[in-house]
Write a new protein. Structure first.
Length: 197
């Protein structure tokens, strides 16, 4: 059985007509769309990029445009900040919760055009939190010049791994053991996960 057919067949009875209707609309608007299961729910792709997705839950369905933030929301239907349900249309519990077909088709065609043009959603740069180095580690590094030199040359991520490892110790004995091991490994230029490389 086709994976999307199987997904719909496993969905709650209320959800099946909603999912079928959405699937048919996607193919009506974009006959060239392909289907795949990604992250355990149905996705539709055009021009080598995700177009939209749908999902069924116990009491509602969701439908999301992959590039919803880039769509001209002329009808005001896209819930970009919806906290109650993933997706662009909020919680869908029946066919009546969906916008008119012609409206959804227009959005699908616009989303398809974005894919055809290769337009991507700009990702917000991740902001690094200020690194909090445990005072015990700072003191131990000061006592070992080789380890301190390596530490000073290391990236944020290497420092973070050791800092978190020491901070997460539940007992003083564990913390002391980790401190000694950390200083030794740092002096040898070994990052926290050197054993797994």
């Amino acid at each position: 059985m086709d994976p999307i057919d199987a997904y719909i067949a496993r969905a709650a009875p209320f959800a099946q007509p909603i999912l079928e209707h959405l699937r048919n609309l996607v193919h009506k608007a974009c006959p060239h769309a392909t289907e795949a299961m990604k992250w355990s729910f149905p996705h539709f792709m055009t021009h080598g990029d995700n177009l939209c997705n749908m999902a069924a839950f116990k009491q509602h369905c969701s439908f999301g445009f992959w590039k919803g933030s880039l769509l001209e929301d002329k009808q005001g239907i896209i819930a970009l900040e919806n906290k109650e349900a993933m997706g662009s249309l909020g919680k869908i519990t029946s066919l009546e919760d969906l916008p008119p077909d012609k409206v959804l088709i227009a959005y699908l065609k616009e989303a398809d055009k974005l894919n055809k043009q290769g337009i991507k959603v700009k990702k917000e740069p991740t902001v690094k939190k200020e690194l909090v180095v445990p005072k015990e580690l700072t003191a131990a590094l000061k006592k070992n010049k080789a380890a301190q030199a390596v530490w000073d040359s290391w990236s944020y991520s290497h420092k973070k791994e050791y800092s978190e490892w020491i901070s997460e110790a539940k007992t003083d004995a564990t913390r002391e053991k980790r401190l000694a091991q950390a200083v030794e490994q740092i002096a040898e230029k070994k990052d926290r996960n050197w054993k797994y490389r």
